[in-house]
Design a protein around this ligand. Structure first.
Ligand code: ATP
Length: 434
Protein backbone atom coordinates (compact mmCIF):
# COMPACT_ATOMS: atom_id res chain seq x y z
CA UNK A 1 0.00 0.00 0.00
CA UNK A 2 2.09 2.97 -1.19
CA UNK A 3 1.65 6.13 0.85
CA UNK A 4 -0.24 9.23 -0.08
CA UNK A 5 1.89 12.31 -0.62
CA UNK A 6 1.40 14.13 2.71
CA UNK A 7 1.90 10.98 4.76
CA UNK A 8 5.25 10.22 3.20
CA UNK A 9 6.47 13.83 3.33
CA UNK A 10 5.53 14.06 7.01
CA UNK A 11 7.20 10.77 7.82
CA UNK A 12 10.33 11.82 5.90
CA UNK A 13 10.55 14.98 7.98
CA UNK A 14 9.58 13.44 11.31
CA UNK A 15 12.09 10.60 11.12
CA UNK A 16 14.93 12.63 9.65
CA UNK A 17 15.04 11.39 6.07
CA UNK A 18 14.75 14.81 4.44
CA UNK A 19 14.75 18.39 5.77
CA UNK A 20 13.93 21.63 4.04
CA UNK A 21 17.24 23.27 3.15
CA UNK A 22 18.14 26.37 5.21
CA UNK A 23 15.14 25.69 7.43
CA UNK A 24 16.32 27.98 10.25
CA UNK A 25 16.29 30.86 7.73
CA UNK A 26 12.80 30.12 6.53
CA UNK A 27 13.86 27.53 3.97
CA UNK A 28 15.17 27.76 0.42
CA UNK A 29 12.44 26.67 -1.94
CA UNK A 30 13.06 23.45 -3.82
CA UNK A 31 16.31 22.65 -2.04
CA UNK A 32 16.48 19.83 0.48
CA UNK A 33 18.99 18.39 2.91
CA UNK A 34 19.11 14.67 3.56
CA UNK A 35 19.17 13.71 7.23
CA UNK A 36 20.91 10.65 8.69
CA UNK A 37 18.35 8.13 7.45
CA UNK A 38 17.78 9.80 4.08
CA UNK A 39 21.49 9.98 3.45
CA UNK A 40 21.85 6.27 4.19
CA UNK A 41 18.90 5.38 1.97
CA UNK A 42 20.12 7.56 -0.92
CA UNK A 43 23.59 6.07 -0.58
CA UNK A 44 22.17 2.56 -0.67
CA UNK A 45 20.17 3.35 -3.82
CA UNK A 46 23.31 4.69 -5.49
CA UNK A 47 25.39 1.74 -4.28
CA UNK A 48 22.87 -0.72 -5.71
CA UNK A 49 22.89 1.09 -9.05
CA UNK A 50 26.70 1.13 -9.11
CA UNK A 51 26.82 -2.51 -8.15
CA UNK A 52 24.51 -3.59 -10.95
CA UNK A 53 25.91 -1.21 -13.58
CA UNK A 54 29.65 -1.30 -12.84
CA UNK A 55 30.76 -3.81 -10.24
CA UNK A 56 28.88 -6.83 -11.61
CA UNK A 57 29.83 -6.24 -15.26
CA UNK A 58 33.05 -6.36 -17.18
CA UNK A 59 31.78 -4.14 -20.01
CA UNK A 60 31.08 -0.96 -17.98
CA UNK A 61 33.51 1.27 -16.09
CA UNK A 62 32.85 4.28 -13.87
CA UNK A 63 34.07 7.87 -13.85
CA UNK A 64 33.52 10.98 -11.75
CA UNK A 65 33.77 14.12 -13.86
CA UNK A 66 33.77 17.76 -12.74
CA UNK A 67 30.57 19.74 -12.24
CA UNK A 68 32.28 22.72 -13.89
CA UNK A 69 33.29 22.08 -17.48
CA UNK A 70 34.37 24.15 -20.42
CA UNK A 71 31.41 26.23 -21.68
CA UNK A 72 32.23 24.75 -25.10
CA UNK A 73 30.83 21.44 -23.84
CA UNK A 74 27.38 22.97 -23.50
CA UNK A 75 27.55 24.72 -26.84
CA UNK A 76 28.46 21.46 -28.58
CA UNK A 77 25.83 19.41 -26.74
CA UNK A 78 23.07 21.84 -27.72
CA UNK A 79 22.29 22.89 -24.15
CA UNK A 80 23.17 26.57 -24.66
CA UNK A 81 20.90 26.80 -27.69
CA UNK A 82 18.05 24.56 -26.68
CA UNK A 83 18.02 23.32 -23.09
CA UNK A 84 15.01 25.42 -22.30
CA UNK A 85 11.40 25.10 -21.25
CA UNK A 86 8.54 27.34 -22.38
CA UNK A 87 7.73 29.77 -19.57
CA UNK A 88 4.48 31.70 -19.20
CA UNK A 89 3.58 34.24 -16.56
CA UNK A 90 0.07 34.88 -15.31
CA UNK A 91 -0.78 38.60 -15.62
CA UNK A 92 -3.24 38.26 -12.77
CA UNK A 93 -1.20 36.56 -10.00
CA UNK A 94 2.29 36.83 -11.53
CA UNK A 95 3.09 33.18 -10.91
CA UNK A 96 5.24 31.54 -13.57
CA UNK A 97 4.54 28.15 -15.06
CA UNK A 98 6.03 25.68 -17.47
CA UNK A 99 3.61 25.69 -20.39
CA UNK A 100 4.22 22.08 -21.44
CA UNK A 101 3.32 20.78 -17.96
CA UNK A 102 -0.03 22.61 -17.61
CA UNK A 103 -3.23 20.54 -17.61
CA UNK A 104 -4.99 23.36 -19.46
CA UNK A 105 -2.63 25.72 -21.32
CA UNK A 106 -5.11 28.62 -20.95
CA UNK A 107 -5.81 28.38 -17.23
CA UNK A 108 -3.46 29.47 -14.46
CA UNK A 109 -3.23 26.65 -11.88
CA UNK A 110 -2.30 29.19 -9.15
CA UNK A 111 -5.29 31.57 -9.40
CA UNK A 112 -7.64 29.82 -11.81
CA UNK A 113 -7.89 32.78 -14.23
CA UNK A 114 -8.34 32.01 -17.92
CA UNK A 115 -6.44 33.64 -20.80
CA UNK A 116 -4.13 35.69 -18.59
CA UNK A 117 -0.86 34.11 -19.67
CA UNK A 118 1.89 36.11 -21.38
CA UNK A 119 3.35 34.81 -24.64
CA UNK A 120 5.60 31.79 -23.91
CA UNK A 121 9.29 32.61 -23.55
CA UNK A 122 12.00 30.00 -23.82
CA UNK A 123 13.86 29.90 -20.54
CA UNK A 124 17.29 28.23 -20.42
CA UNK A 125 17.55 25.92 -17.42
CA UNK A 126 21.31 26.06 -16.93
CA UNK A 127 22.69 27.81 -13.86
CA UNK A 128 25.40 30.25 -14.83
CA UNK A 129 28.26 31.42 -12.62
CA UNK A 130 31.72 32.90 -13.07
CA UNK A 131 35.10 31.32 -12.70
CA UNK A 132 37.73 33.45 -10.97
CA UNK A 133 37.48 36.83 -9.29
CA UNK A 134 36.03 38.92 -12.13
CA UNK A 135 32.52 38.54 -13.43
CA UNK A 136 32.65 38.97 -17.21
CA UNK A 137 31.05 37.12 -20.08
CA UNK A 138 34.45 35.61 -20.87
CA UNK A 139 34.65 33.64 -17.65
CA UNK A 140 31.04 32.48 -17.43
CA UNK A 141 30.66 28.78 -16.70
CA UNK A 142 27.64 26.56 -16.14
CA UNK A 143 26.79 24.10 -13.41
CA UNK A 144 26.25 20.87 -15.34
CA UNK A 145 22.57 20.14 -16.02
CA UNK A 146 23.32 16.44 -16.59
CA UNK A 147 26.22 14.09 -15.89
CA UNK A 148 26.16 12.58 -19.40
CA UNK A 149 28.34 15.18 -21.12
CA UNK A 150 31.17 14.54 -18.65
CA UNK A 151 31.16 11.00 -20.03
CA UNK A 152 31.14 11.95 -23.72
CA UNK A 153 34.06 14.35 -23.37
CA UNK A 154 36.05 11.57 -21.65
CA UNK A 155 35.11 8.90 -24.18
CA UNK A 156 38.56 8.70 -25.73
CA UNK A 157 40.42 8.98 -22.38
CA UNK A 158 38.45 6.10 -20.95
CA UNK A 159 38.52 3.92 -24.06
CA UNK A 160 42.29 4.21 -24.27
CA UNK A 161 43.25 3.92 -20.60
CA UNK A 162 40.72 1.24 -19.64
CA UNK A 163 41.40 -0.56 -22.96
CA UNK A 164 37.69 -0.89 -23.73
CA UNK A 165 36.37 -2.35 -26.97
CA UNK A 166 32.81 -2.03 -28.27
CA UNK A 167 30.28 -2.58 -26.93
CA UNK A 168 31.11 -0.90 -23.63
CA UNK A 169 29.65 1.59 -21.19
CA UNK A 170 30.78 4.44 -18.95
CA UNK A 171 28.77 5.15 -15.82
CA UNK A 172 28.64 8.11 -13.51
CA UNK A 173 26.72 9.23 -10.42
CA UNK A 174 26.69 12.86 -9.38
CA UNK A 175 24.96 16.14 -8.80
CA UNK A 176 23.24 18.03 -11.59
CA UNK A 177 21.63 21.45 -11.51
CA UNK A 178 18.64 22.81 -13.41
CA UNK A 179 16.95 26.11 -12.80
CA UNK A 180 13.53 24.48 -13.05
CA UNK A 181 10.61 26.84 -13.62
CA UNK A 182 8.28 24.80 -11.46
CA UNK A 183 10.13 22.63 -8.97
CA UNK A 184 7.87 20.70 -6.66
CA UNK A 185 6.37 17.55 -5.29
CA UNK A 186 8.97 17.47 -2.53
CA UNK A 187 12.24 15.95 -3.81
CA UNK A 188 10.67 14.79 -7.09
CA UNK A 189 11.73 17.93 -8.97
CA UNK A 190 14.41 20.10 -7.38
CA UNK A 191 16.96 22.53 -8.75
CA UNK A 192 19.87 20.52 -7.38
CA UNK A 193 19.59 16.76 -7.64
CA UNK A 194 21.58 13.62 -8.22
CA UNK A 195 21.66 11.53 -11.35
CA UNK A 196 22.84 8.02 -12.16
CA UNK A 197 23.68 7.89 -15.85
CA UNK A 198 25.35 5.38 -18.10
CA UNK A 199 26.35 5.82 -21.73
CA UNK A 200 26.59 2.50 -23.56
CA UNK A 201 28.61 2.74 -26.78
CA UNK A 202 27.95 0.24 -29.54
CA UNK A 203 28.04 -0.31 -33.29
CA UNK A 204 25.28 1.69 -35.00
CA UNK A 205 23.68 -1.45 -36.41
CA UNK A 206 23.47 -2.98 -32.90
CA UNK A 207 21.85 0.06 -31.29
CA UNK A 208 18.22 -1.13 -31.54
CA UNK A 209 19.07 -4.42 -29.91
CA UNK A 210 20.94 -2.74 -27.04
CA UNK A 211 18.11 -0.28 -26.59
CA UNK A 212 15.67 -3.14 -26.02
CA UNK A 213 18.18 -4.86 -23.75
CA UNK A 214 18.59 -1.79 -21.51
CA UNK A 215 14.82 -1.24 -21.24
CA UNK A 216 14.42 -4.68 -19.72
CA UNK A 217 17.57 -4.50 -17.63
CA UNK A 218 16.63 -1.19 -16.07
CA UNK A 219 13.04 -2.12 -15.39
CA UNK A 220 14.23 -5.29 -13.69
CA UNK A 221 16.59 -3.30 -11.47
CA UNK A 222 13.66 -1.53 -9.81
CA UNK A 223 11.65 -4.74 -9.53
CA UNK A 224 14.64 -6.61 -8.13
CA UNK A 225 14.82 -4.07 -5.32
CA UNK A 226 11.23 -4.72 -4.41
CA UNK A 227 9.29 -2.07 -6.29
CA UNK A 228 5.65 -3.08 -6.77
CA UNK A 229 5.24 -4.28 -10.41
CA UNK A 230 1.82 -2.60 -10.75
CA UNK A 231 3.42 0.76 -9.94
CA UNK A 232 6.11 0.53 -12.59
CA UNK A 233 5.85 0.76 -16.35
CA UNK A 234 7.81 1.53 -19.48
CA UNK A 235 6.35 4.27 -21.63
CA UNK A 236 7.69 4.87 -25.14
CA UNK A 237 7.94 8.54 -26.17
CA UNK A 238 5.81 9.76 -29.04
CA UNK A 239 7.71 11.22 -32.01
CA UNK A 240 6.81 14.79 -30.96
CA UNK A 241 8.24 14.22 -27.47
CA UNK A 242 11.71 13.09 -28.52
CA UNK A 243 14.70 15.26 -27.57
CA UNK A 244 16.80 16.75 -30.36
CA UNK A 245 19.46 14.02 -29.96
CA UNK A 246 17.23 11.00 -29.64
CA UNK A 247 16.10 8.39 -32.18
CA UNK A 248 14.08 6.49 -29.62
CA UNK A 249 13.26 7.01 -25.94
CA UNK A 250 11.25 5.17 -23.34
CA UNK A 251 10.72 6.31 -19.79
CA UNK A 252 10.61 4.09 -16.76
CA UNK A 253 7.63 5.52 -14.93
CA UNK A 254 6.40 5.10 -11.38
CA UNK A 255 2.83 5.56 -10.23
CA UNK A 256 3.39 8.49 -7.85
CA UNK A 257 0.55 9.69 -5.60
CA UNK A 258 -0.23 12.33 -8.29
CA UNK A 259 -0.08 9.88 -11.20
CA UNK A 260 2.46 8.24 -13.53
CA UNK A 261 5.71 10.16 -13.74
CA UNK A 262 9.28 9.63 -14.89
CA UNK A 263 11.99 7.89 -12.88
CA UNK A 264 14.39 7.32 -15.71
CA UNK A 265 14.72 7.99 -19.41
CA UNK A 266 16.31 5.41 -21.69
CA UNK A 267 17.35 6.92 -25.00
CA UNK A 268 19.07 5.95 -28.19
CA UNK A 269 21.21 9.11 -28.52
CA UNK A 270 22.68 7.86 -31.81
CA UNK A 271 26.11 9.36 -32.57
CA UNK A 272 24.82 12.87 -31.87
CA UNK A 273 27.05 13.70 -28.89
CA UNK A 274 30.35 12.21 -30.03
CA UNK A 275 29.94 13.83 -33.44
CA UNK A 276 29.06 17.19 -31.92
CA UNK A 277 32.10 17.14 -29.62
CA UNK A 278 34.37 15.98 -32.43
CA UNK A 279 33.12 18.84 -34.60
CA UNK A 280 33.53 21.51 -31.96
CA UNK A 281 36.80 20.31 -30.39
CA UNK A 282 38.46 19.21 -33.61
CA UNK A 283 39.46 15.95 -31.88
CA UNK A 284 38.93 12.58 -33.49
CA UNK A 285 36.28 10.74 -31.49
CA UNK A 286 35.68 7.94 -33.96
CA UNK A 287 36.27 4.33 -33.06
CA UNK A 288 38.30 1.85 -35.04
CA UNK A 289 36.69 -1.57 -34.97
CA UNK A 290 39.57 -3.96 -35.50
CA UNK A 291 37.64 -7.19 -36.16
CA UNK A 292 35.53 -5.49 -38.84
CA UNK A 293 38.27 -3.17 -40.02
CA UNK A 294 36.02 -0.11 -40.08
CA UNK A 295 35.95 3.30 -38.41
CA UNK A 296 32.81 5.13 -37.26
CA UNK A 297 31.20 7.17 -34.49
CA UNK A 298 29.66 4.69 -32.03
CA UNK A 299 25.97 4.93 -31.23
CA UNK A 300 24.96 5.44 -27.62
CA UNK A 301 22.19 3.96 -25.51
CA UNK A 302 21.69 5.98 -22.35
CA UNK A 303 19.77 4.90 -19.26
CA UNK A 304 19.53 8.17 -17.26
CA UNK A 305 18.00 7.89 -13.81
CA UNK A 306 17.52 10.30 -10.95
CA UNK A 307 19.02 9.10 -7.67
CA UNK A 308 17.07 11.48 -5.46
CA UNK A 309 13.81 10.93 -7.35
CA UNK A 310 14.25 7.16 -7.26
CA UNK A 311 14.97 7.26 -3.53
CA UNK A 312 11.68 9.11 -3.06
CA UNK A 313 9.86 6.49 -5.13
CA UNK A 314 11.34 3.65 -3.05
CA UNK A 315 10.13 5.41 0.12
CA UNK A 316 6.61 5.82 -1.24
CA UNK A 317 6.49 2.27 -2.51
CA UNK A 318 7.74 0.73 0.74
CA UNK A 319 5.15 2.44 2.94
CA UNK A 320 2.55 0.15 4.44
CA UNK A 321 -0.03 0.25 7.20
CA UNK A 322 -1.66 -2.71 8.88
CA UNK A 323 -3.83 -3.31 11.90
CA UNK A 324 -2.19 -5.26 14.70
CA UNK A 325 -4.08 -5.75 17.99
CA UNK A 326 -6.49 -2.98 17.03
CA UNK A 327 -3.65 -0.55 16.45
CA UNK A 328 -2.27 0.76 13.21
CA UNK A 329 1.25 -0.38 12.53
CA UNK A 330 3.21 1.71 10.02
CA UNK A 331 5.91 -0.30 8.38
CA UNK A 332 8.36 0.63 5.68
CA UNK A 333 8.89 -2.56 3.71
CA UNK A 334 12.22 -1.53 2.22
CA UNK A 335 14.43 -4.13 0.64
CA UNK A 336 17.13 -4.98 3.25
CA UNK A 337 19.79 -3.70 0.81
CA UNK A 338 18.15 -0.28 0.83
CA UNK A 339 17.14 -0.04 4.49
CA UNK A 340 19.09 2.75 6.24
CA UNK A 341 19.32 0.62 9.37
CA UNK A 342 19.55 -3.12 8.83
CA UNK A 343 19.69 -4.25 12.43
CA UNK A 344 18.54 -2.49 15.58
CA UNK A 345 19.99 -3.78 18.82
CA UNK A 346 17.67 -3.01 21.72
CA UNK A 347 18.35 -3.69 25.39
CA UNK A 348 15.02 -4.25 27.14
CA UNK A 349 15.87 -1.62 29.76
CA UNK A 350 18.62 0.86 30.51
CA UNK A 351 20.15 -1.40 33.18
CA UNK A 352 23.94 -1.32 32.92
CA UNK A 353 24.35 -5.11 32.70
CA UNK A 354 21.96 -5.27 29.72
CA UNK A 355 23.61 -2.35 27.96
CA UNK A 356 26.98 -3.94 28.37
CA UNK A 357 25.77 -7.00 26.44
CA UNK A 358 23.79 -5.08 23.83
CA UNK A 359 26.56 -2.56 23.15
CA UNK A 360 29.10 -5.30 22.67
CA UNK A 361 26.74 -7.21 20.31
CA UNK A 362 25.98 -3.99 18.38
CA UNK A 363 29.69 -3.28 17.96
CA UNK A 364 30.28 -6.78 16.69
CA UNK A 365 27.38 -6.60 14.19
CA UNK A 366 28.47 -3.14 12.98
CA UNK A 367 31.41 -4.73 11.20
CA UNK A 368 28.97 -6.35 8.78
CA UNK A 369 25.66 -4.46 8.90
CA UNK A 370 24.25 -0.96 9.31
CA UNK A 371 23.41 -1.09 13.02
CA UNK A 372 21.59 1.19 15.41
CA UNK A 373 21.98 0.65 19.15
CA UNK A 374 18.85 2.22 20.62
CA UNK A 375 18.49 2.35 24.39
CA UNK A 376 15.85 5.05 24.88
CA UNK A 377 12.07 4.71 25.37
CA UNK A 378 9.82 1.75 26.01
CA UNK A 379 10.50 -1.31 23.87
CA UNK A 380 7.13 -1.05 22.06
CA UNK A 381 7.90 2.48 20.91
CA UNK A 382 11.35 1.47 19.77
CA UNK A 383 9.87 -1.36 17.66
CA UNK A 384 7.38 1.11 16.17
CA UNK A 385 10.16 3.50 15.26
CA UNK A 386 12.25 0.75 13.65
CA UNK A 387 9.20 -0.44 11.68
CA UNK A 388 8.61 3.09 10.46
CA UNK A 389 12.14 3.51 9.19
CA UNK A 390 12.17 0.06 7.60
CA UNK A 391 14.67 -1.81 9.79
CA UNK A 392 14.41 -5.49 8.76
CA UNK A 393 15.56 -6.96 12.09
CA UNK A 394 15.43 -5.96 15.75
CA UNK A 395 17.58 -7.86 18.21
CA UNK A 396 16.42 -7.57 21.81
CA UNK A 397 18.61 -8.24 24.80
CA UNK A 398 16.57 -9.08 27.91
CA UNK A 399 17.32 -10.25 31.44
CA UNK A 400 17.24 -13.91 30.40
CA UNK A 401 20.02 -13.11 27.94
CA UNK A 402 22.37 -12.64 30.88
CA UNK A 403 21.90 -16.29 31.84
CA UNK A 404 21.08 -18.16 28.63
CA UNK A 405 23.25 -16.01 26.32
CA UNK A 406 20.40 -15.83 23.86
CA UNK A 407 18.58 -12.87 22.30
CA UNK A 408 15.28 -12.40 20.50
CA UNK A 409 15.38 -11.53 16.82
CA UNK A 410 12.21 -9.95 15.48
CA UNK A 411 11.40 -9.93 11.78
CA UNK A 412 9.96 -6.60 10.54
CA UNK A 413 7.50 -8.02 8.03
CA UNK A 414 6.12 -11.11 9.77
CA UNK A 415 6.81 -9.85 13.33
CA UNK A 416 7.81 -13.42 14.23
CA UNK A 417 10.46 -13.73 16.90
CA UNK A 418 13.27 -16.25 17.08
CA UNK A 419 15.37 -16.95 20.12
CA UNK A 420 18.98 -17.22 18.99
CA UNK A 421 22.25 -17.78 20.78
CA UNK A 422 24.29 -14.55 20.82
CA UNK A 423 27.20 -16.09 18.99
CA UNK A 424 24.82 -17.23 16.19
CA UNK A 425 23.19 -13.84 15.59
CA UNK A 426 25.61 -12.68 12.94
CA UNK A 427 25.29 -15.86 10.89
CA UNK A 428 21.49 -15.76 11.27
CA UNK A 429 21.34 -12.19 9.99
CA UNK A 430 23.91 -12.72 7.28
CA UNK A 431 21.79 -15.48 5.81
CA UNK A 432 18.71 -13.24 5.73
CA UNK A 433 20.26 -9.92 4.82
CA UNK A 434 22.37 -11.25 1.95
P1 ATP B 1 11.47 16.13 -16.84
O1 ATP B 1 10.77 15.91 -18.13
O2 ATP B 1 10.79 15.49 -15.64
O3 ATP B 1 11.94 17.52 -16.58
P2 ATP B 1 13.79 15.09 -18.13
O4 ATP B 1 13.14 14.19 -19.12
O5 ATP B 1 14.28 16.41 -18.56
O6 ATP B 1 12.83 15.27 -16.87
P3 ATP B 1 16.26 13.75 -18.06
O7 ATP B 1 17.01 14.86 -18.66
O8 ATP B 1 15.93 12.56 -18.90
O9 ATP B 1 14.93 14.31 -17.39
O10 ATP B 1 17.01 13.30 -16.73
C1 ATP B 1 17.14 11.96 -16.35
C2 ATP B 1 16.58 11.76 -14.95
O11 ATP B 1 17.12 12.70 -14.04
C3 ATP B 1 15.08 11.94 -14.85
O12 ATP B 1 14.41 10.77 -15.24
C4 ATP B 1 14.91 12.21 -13.38
O13 ATP B 1 14.88 11.01 -12.62
C5 ATP B 1 16.16 12.97 -13.03
N1 ATP B 1 15.84 14.40 -12.99
C6 ATP B 1 15.79 15.27 -14.03
N2 ATP B 1 15.46 16.51 -13.60
C7 ATP B 1 15.30 16.42 -12.26
C8 ATP B 1 14.96 17.36 -11.24
N3 ATP B 1 14.75 18.64 -11.51
N4 ATP B 1 14.88 16.92 -9.96
C9 ATP B 1 15.11 15.62 -9.65
N5 ATP B 1 15.44 14.69 -10.57
C10 ATP B 1 15.53 15.07 -11.86
Amino acid sequence: MPADFDTIVNLAKKRGFVFQSSEIYGGLRSAYDYGPLGTALLRNVKDQWWRSMVQMRDDIVGIDSAVLQSPEVWVASGHVASFSDPLVECRNCHNRHRLDKLDDPDVCPSCGKRDEFTEPKLFNLMFKTHMGPVETDDNAVYLRPETAQGIFINFENVRRTARMTLPFGIAQIGKSFRNEITPGQFVFRTREFEQMEMEFFCRPDDADEWFTYWLEERKNWYLGLGMTPDNLRLRPHGKDELSHYSANTSDVEYRFPWGWDELEGIANRTDFDLKAHADRSGKDLTYFDQPNNDRFFPYVIEPAAGATRTTFAFLIDAYDEETVNDETRVVMRLDPRLAPVQVAVLPLSKKAELIEVSASLANELRKTFAVEHDITQAIGRRYRRQDEIGTPYCVTVDFDSLDDHQVTVRDRDSMTQDRISIDQVEAYLRERLR
